[in-house]
Design a protein around this ligand. Sequence first.
Ligand SMILES: [Zn+2]
Length: 204
Amino acid sequence: MSLFPSPCLLCGKAAYDSVCPECLARLSGEERLQRFSLPYLEGALTLFDYGHKSLMPLLFAAKDRGDHKIVLFFARLYAARRNELCAPIDLVTFAPRRKSSVWKNGFDQSAMLSEDFAALCGLPWQKVLRRRGFSRRQHGLAREARMQNAKNKFCVCRNVRGKTILLIDDVITTGATVASCAQALKEAGAAQVYAMALFRGGVL
Ligand SMILES: [Zn+2]
């Protein structure tokens, strides 16, 4: 909540928060929680249908510009649903983007999103995963190829033994990336791994 109004991220009307109360009420009516299973994970949860007409443009704006106001708004949507997931979380983390895209954009939106979420929920946050060397872009690859491409792409650089870990991402498409992260975490001794994302499906 700010002292002076600024345009609502969704409708542009003056608002004292990033999104006005009307838009926020409409959004909560449009939420479609989906729980599903993925290899190496105890559970995964997404909040909205892919292609949501007002959230997708925001997601692209966050990806392109790293707009912190948008990222924080998304983090609040996740935080409102943290109890839907599972047992208590010991650590929040994220799947790091390829170095080339972080260099291009100057930020990693999943890092920002997961850190904001953890701060809102009062949970510990740490970067625990690293990308191993070269990996091809997922975009444009068929599902099988994506699964193969994502395999063993991550390594764990912190002690995660016995911990319950929550991976925060923006979109879960095939799930290959989060499954690969979860595999690395499990092999490093993590007790449980969950994932939460805004959307499920689609190809970015
Ligand atoms: Zn609005």
